[in-house]
Design a protein around this ligand. Structure first.
Ligand code: AMP
Ligand code: GLY
Length: 425
C-alpha cells in the first residue's frame, strides 16, 4: 500500500513511523509532514485542511490509504472530500467530527443516548451563565463550544472563579474558538484516562488506553498544554477497563451514531474520568491523541497499516495487529516558555543516537540540508518501551538526557517535565 499521513505533529511522525514498518506498506507520504516524516518518505507541500488539493495529489500518486491526524482536517471535511474521489480514508466525516468540534453537540449526543458523562448546562449569554452559577454546587468546568487548540477549557474549584471566566469570555467577546456557546459542567474527581476505539462504521473495538499529562509543570502545576508526556498501559486502572468501556460507553455511542445515520470510520478517543461511579466521558476526540499516539505506536506489533485499512474498508480485522504486553513512556521536550511563547530554533540534529528501545518523534519541524528547524512549542516526544512502566520510564529519561547532550552540542536546549509516569506501578 502507498499510504498518506495527514498532519505535521509528533503524533503523525509516530503514525508514519509505525505504518512504514507495516508489511503491507510499500511507500509512505505525509502532508504537510515534518522532519521525521521527511526522513522516511515524501512530504507534500499541502496544508492538512486542503481536502481538494489532497484528493488531487492522492489520485496522482496512486494512494491506497489516507490516515487523518489532526481534528482541523476532520472538521474541514477532508475525509468527505477524499471519499468523494473514491480514496480509502481512515478518519471520520465532518458530520461525525462534531463529536469533537462542538462540545455542545457532543454533550447533547451523550445525553440523547445515555452515555455516562458529567452533568452540564448550555449557555449563550453572560446573563444566563451568571444565573446558572448562582446556585452552582462545587467545582465548575467552563468549556467553550468550538475547537480552541486546548485553550477552551477552564477547570475551576468554585462558582466564583467560573463567574470570572465567563465574564471575561463574554464581556470581551472572546469565547475561545469563536461563537457564543459555552458549557458549564460538573467537575468530576477521579483518574483521567484516554481510551482509543477503532470504528469501521459498524463496530467499535477498544484497542488501547493511555494517560497523558496536560499541565506544563511538574506536579500538575502551571498552564494547560497540548500534553507534556504519556504512558501506556494505565496499569493502575481496573483489569476489566476495556469491558467496562465497551459496555457502558462504546455500545451506546455506536447505537446512537447508527440511529442518527452516522457512519463513523476512524478512531474515537474517549477522554474519560474514572470515577467512583465508573468511567464518565469528559470529552470525545475524533482522532488519535497527542502525545498518547507516541507511546502507543512503539507498542504496536503486526500489520498496523492493514488494521487501519480494514477499518477504512468497513470490515475491521483485529487479528492483523495488536499491542504488545510491554509498557511505554513518552516525555515531551518543548521550547523555553511553552505554552506561553514559542521560541524558534534552527540547525538541530536530525537524528539522535539512542538505545534500541527508544525513539524520538518530531513535532512541527522542517528538515533543511540535513538539519532541523522548528518554530518552537512541543519540539520532540521521546518514547521508550520496557517490560513495566517504571523500566520504560527509566529508559525514556535516559534517552531525554542523551538528546539534551546532543542538542547542547548544537547550542540548543529544551525543557521537559521530570515526573511523567512517576509513581506508576
Ligand atoms: P479538554 O480540553 O476537553 O481535554 O479538557 C481539558 C482538561 O480539563 C481535561 O483533560 C481534564 O483534565 C479537565 N476536565 C475537562 N472536563 C472535566 C470535568 N468535567 N471534570 C474534571 N476535569 C475536567
Ligand atoms: N492528549 C490530548 C489530545 O490529544 O487532545
Amino acid at each position: 500500500m502507498r499510504i498518506l499521513v495527514v498532519g505535521n505533529g509528533a503524533r503523525e511522525d509516530a503514525l508514519s513511523w509505525r505504518l512504514a514498518q507495516s508489511p503491507s506498506c510499500s511507500a509512505i507520504f505525509a502532508a504537510p509532514g515534518n522532519a521525521g516524516t521527511a526522513s522516511r518518505g515524501e512530504n507534500w507541500d499541502c496544508p492538512a485542511t486542503n481536502g481538494k488539493k489532497l484528493a488531487h495529489l492522492c489520485v496522482d500518486n496512486n494512494i491506497d490509504l489516507v490516515v487523518l491526524g489532526p481534528e482541523t482536517a476532520i472538521a474541514a471535511g477532508v475525509a468527505d472530500q477524499l471519499r468523494e474521489r473514491g480514496i480509502v480514508t481512515f478518519g471520520p466525516s465532518r458530520s461525525s467530527g462534531r463529536l469533537e468540534s462542538s462540545k455542545i453537540f457532543s454533550k447533547k449526543f451523550m445525553e440523547r443516548h445515555g452515555v455516562p458523562t458529567a452533568n452540564a448546562v448550555v449557555m449563550h449569554t453572560l446573563e444566563t451563565a451568571l444565573k446558572a452559577l448562582e446556585a452552582w454546587p462545587g467545582g465548575c468546568v467552563v468549556k467553550a463550544d468550538g475547537l480552541a487548540a486546548g485553550k477552551g477549557v477552564v477547570v475551576t474549584e468554585d462558582a466564583l472563579t467560573a463567574r470570572a471566566v465567563v465574564t471575561d469570555w463574554y464581556a470581551n467577546n472572546r469565547v475561545p474558538g469563536g461563537g457564543t456557546g459555552v458549557l458549564l459542567e460538573e467537575k468530576l474527581a477521579g483518574r483521567e484516562v484516554s481510551m482509543f476505539a477503532l470504528c469501521d462504521g459498524r463496530a467499535m473495538l477498544p484497542f488501547a488506553a493511555a494517560c497523558d499529562y496536560k499541565r506544563a509543570g511538574d506536579g500538575d502545576t502551571g498552564p494547560n498544554t497540548g500534553g507534556m508526556g504519556a504512558y501506556s498501559p494505565p496499569s493502575e486502572l481496573p483489569k476489566d477497563m476495556f469491558d467496562q468501556v465497551r459496555e457502558k460507553i462504546l455500545a451506546p455511542v455506536l447505537r446512537g451514531l447508527l440511529a442518527e445515520g452516522e457512519t463513523y470510520v476512524g478512531v474515537l478517543y474517549c477522554g474519560l474520568m474514572w470515577t467512583e461511579r465508573g468511567p464518565q466521558v469528559i470529552e470525545f476526540n475524533v482522532r488519535f491523541g497527542d502525545p498518547e499516539t507516541q507511546v502507543l505506536m512503539p507498542l504496536m506489533s503486526g500489520d498496523f497499516a492493514q488494521l487501519l485499512k480494514s477499518c477504512a474498508d468497513g470490515a475491521i480485522d483485529a487479528s492483523v495487529a495488536r499491542l504488545s504486553q510491554q509498557s511505554c513512556v513518552g516525555v515531551v521536550l518543548a521550547s523555553d516558555g511553552y505554552p506561553k511563547t514559542s521560541t524558534p530554533l534552527a540547525g538541530l540534529p536530525a537524528t539522535f543516537e539512542l538505545e534500541e528501545n527508544s525513539q524520538a518523534f518530531w513535532g512541527g519541524s522542517v528538515l533543511r540540508d540535513g538539519k532541523v528547524d522548528v518554530n518552537g512549542g512541543r519540539v520532540l516526544t521521546v518514547a521508550a518501551t520496557g517490560p513495566t512502566v517504571p523500566s520504560a520510564r527509566a529508559s525514556a529519561y535516559d534517552a531525554v538526557r542523551k538528546i539534551a547532550e546532543q542538542l547542547d552540542k548544537a547550542g540548543a536546549s529544551l525543557t521537559h517535565r521530570t515526573d511523567i509516569a512517576k509513581d506508576i506501578p
